[in-house]
Design a protein around this ligand. Structure first.
Ligand code: ZN
Length: 114
């Protein structure tokens, strides 16, 4: 089921919704102010920026709870962080592997088992 994000035209906050099909759900309202003037955001652009934000806000010294490790989008975040800190641009191959493991972890496990 696709997830869409809607920006409220009144207060600017983001509401995330699971959407069945491609139609916006009826009666959708802003979770913050209750306004119904919501605009769907382009999810692809949004998912890229949130991954960058994730890296930006990553703290290597923080204790992470189970939910952090269960979130596949956090796989390789530490390696990415360390490379960035060292001023090393990750090779495209590295990024492609990360992308794969984050979106479909089971396929990578299969690869390792041969
Ligand atoms: Zn609002």
């Amino acid at each position: 089921m696709p997830i869409y994000e809607y920006r409220c035209s009144d207060c600017g906050s983001i509401t995330t919704e699971f959407v069945q099909g491609f139609k916006d759900p009826e009666g959708l309202t802003c979770r913050v102010c209750g306004s119904s003037r919501l605009k769907r955001m382009i999810s692809r652009v949004n998912s890229i920026s949130s991954q960058e934000e994730r890296l930006e806000s990553y703290n290597p010294l923080a204790r992470h709870d189970d939910s952090f490790y269960r979130d596949t989008r956090n796989i390789g975040l530490h390696a990415e962080y360390m490379l960035k800190k060292a001023g090393v641009k990750p090779p495209d191959d590295f990024k492609a592997k990360l992308e794969k493991v984050r979106t479909d972890p089971s396929s990578v496990i299969k690869d390792y088992k041969g």
